[in-house]
Design a binder for this molecule. Structure first.
Ligand SMILES: Cc1ncc(COP(=O)(O)O)c(C=O)c1O
Length: 584
């Protein structure tokens, strides 16, 4: 009886905690909506509210538009888009977190990004043709599912099955020498390095997420920062924060084309300089710059000239540069050149340049967990070696990866050409669909995803609305990642991952269309959108680059409030918390 009682009590505590979490999530969404209403009312009375007021970003958020007057926010509630933690916010002060955890433990437990929250829903209800045909289709998590046949065949060949004592025992924490040698050869060849890269400069980890985590921890002290252009793969925020307590300084890029911004979301040295100056004037210590090339989520590939400029900028300010080249072999148009930093004859600051690559994306084997860092800096690699202790890769897997990377014939003649043509076909399918729907997108030739513009499906153009639309996709069994999770400064951008089998793509697009139709109807009917807005939406024709429409100006304040009331009703209607509460 005692055991049974304890068991029931444990269940009750868990239930109570989950209920608190849900309640808080609901509360924060409602809070967001009310804050906006307040903002509008204030505007009406002459006070101004900028976009950063309604929803600020994670880390050090330098007010865009006027970076010199940087607004730097570090409050916990501003750290993660889905705030659910220990907050200074008076409205939610009563929440104490778990009594079993430290402050840090609570911080880690309760802070989640939107993608993490939505991905958790996806993982328990994944679509499967036979077992779960009504499950969720993944357009959100960046994975390549197109070459499983080739990989499973290659990984099942006889040369992969090998076991010897060293593979079953402790080894050099940086990774077995045989694999570090293979990685050095592989990177020399595929990154077109002018001189052979050295195995002693290679450190191996269980994935590039761990590389970020370890590198941030050894390059920065708690509270110090790394700079990163937005939008970017949002996982980096958590990777560098959870262990190292390292923050990000955002270099906000926007979609407007101007004289200096010749393509949407273009990174320039001027923007880097402004963000750096702004951070410095606020007393933030910036230790490095993170660059993703090919970029996730934009798909941009930096030219050699651009790369050199960014590296020179970093050298001027003694910043480390962390280059994430995880998608380097996922450029699917061969006429588009990719330049690895490792191919440069002369690096401006080799001791502060660190390059990472892994097999998750280019080989579509994210479950294997393999990532590598290349750095010439001895101090950095020996500090990393100590952290590798926690991030090691199983010996047998190291052996198999070495066999895979060694097989240039198979990679060049079978894998890469097939992978490229399959990605290209999937990209053509998705872009044709988007064109039919009149949805603007960035037409790039790299990556497993496409960056699309759904701003016209948001009435008031806020992040709250963006998240609600994302939730609506999920309710219609489609996982899509929203711009907020990439710290995009403009609400309304989304990333679609398209490297899925064709029938899944088709079903996913069908669900996608349904949600947009519902959304358009609601914009048109329920909350009185000007008719012309919906018509524009249907007529939009963005065949090549994004067909950018000017930013939506909200109508009158009272109609904005009416729209927010609509949102409020939607939130109340779809709130998992309310359902849960009424059940209880
Ligand atoms: C740009 C980028 N870097 C790093 C990672 C982490 O990859 P992994 O830990 O699987 O190697 C991802 C995953 O989505 C990514 O998109």
């Amino acid at each position: 009886m005692e055991e049974r009682f304890l068991h029931l009590e444990e269940q009750r505590v868990q239930l109570e905690q989950r209920r608190l979490e849900l309640e808080r999530e609901h509360e924060i969404r409602m809070f967001g909506i009310f804050a906006q209403m307040l903002g509008i009312l204030k505007q009406g009375s002459g006070a101004s509210t900028g976009p950063a007021t309604t929803m600020s970003c994670q880390g050090f958020d330098l007010a865009p538009g006027n970076p010199r007057q940087a607004r730097i926010s570090q409050g916990l509630e501003q750290m993660f888009p889905v705030f659910s933690g220990l907050s200074n916010n008076p409205g939610i002060k009563h929440f104490q977190g778990s009594p079993y955890l430290s402050t840090r433990g609570n911080d880690i437990k309760f802070k989640h990004t939107i993608t993490e929250e939505f991905s958790a829903a996806f993982l328990v209800d994944q679509y499967d043709e036979d077992k779960n045909p009504n499950g969720i289709i993944n357009f959100g998590i960046s994975e390549n599912k197109l070459c499983f046949d080739l990989l499973s065949k290659r990984l099942n060949q006889n040369d992969m099955h090998h076991i010897e004592p060293p593979l079953l025992q402790y080894s050099d924490w940086r990774g077995h020498l045989f694999l570090r040698e293979e990685v050095a050869r592989f990177l020399t060849y595929y990154c077109k390095a002018t001189i052979p890269l050295k195995p002693e400069n290679v450190t191996l980890f269980n994935g590039c997420s761990s590389v970020f985590s370890a590198l941030a921890t050894i390059l920065c002290d708690p509270g110090e920062a790394l700079m990163i252009p937005t939008p970017f793969y949002g996982g980096i925020s958590t990777h560098i924060y959870r262990y190292g307590n390292v923050q990000l300084v955002f270099v906000h890029l926007d979609s407007k084309i101007t004289e200096t911004n010749t393509r949407p979301f273009q990174l320039t040295v001027e923007k880097l300089e402004m963000a750096w100056q702004a951070a410095r004037s606020e007393g933030v210590k910036v230790k490095g710059l993170i660059l993703i090339n090919p970029q996730n989520p934009l798909g941009d590939i930096y030219s050699q000239g651009e790369l050199l400029e960014y590296l020179e900028f970093a050298k001027r300010h003694e910043l480390h540069v962390i280059l994430d080249e995880l998608y380097m072999l996922s450029v699917f148009d061969e006429s588009v050149p990719f330049h690895s930093v490792l191919s440069m004859n002369r690096l401006p600051d080799p001791q502060r340049t660190h390059v990472m690559w892994g097999t998750s994306k280019d080989f579509g084997i994210s479950g294997i967990r393999f990532g590598a860092l290349y750095t010439e800096n001895r101090d950095v690699s020996s500090a990393l070696a100590s952290l590798c202790y926690f991030h090691g890769i199983c010996g047998i897997i190291q052996y198999q990866i070495a066999q895979l990377l060694r097989d240039h014939d198979w990679i060049n003649q079978v894998y890469l050409p097939t992978n490229r043509s399959r990605i290209k076909a999937a990209h053509t399918y998705i872009t044709d669909e988007l064109k039919t729907l009149g949805i603007p997108f960035l037409n790039r030739n790299s990556g497993l995803y496409i960056w699309i513009d759904l701003r016209r499906y948001l009435l008031t153009g806020t992040f709250e609305e963006e998240i609600l639309l994302c939730r609506r996709f999920l309710d219609n069994k489609l996982l899509v990642a929203c711009g907020k999770d990439f710290q995009c400064f403009e609400p309304g951008w989304f990333r679609l991952v398209f490297t899925e089998k064709i029938h899944r793509l088709q079903l996913g697009m069908q669900r996608f269309r349904e949600v947009l139709e519902q959304q358009a109807q609601e914009l048109h009917g329920k909350i009185s959108v000007p008719r012309q807005l919906v018509e524009q939406e249907v007529q939009a024709d963005s065949t090549e680059e994004t067909g950018f429409v000017p930013g939506q100006q909200g109508p009158m304040n009272d109609s904005k409030i009416r729209d927010l009331i609509g949102l409020l009703q939607q939130q109340m209607g779809s709130s998992a918390w309310l359902q849960k509460s009424s059940l209880e």
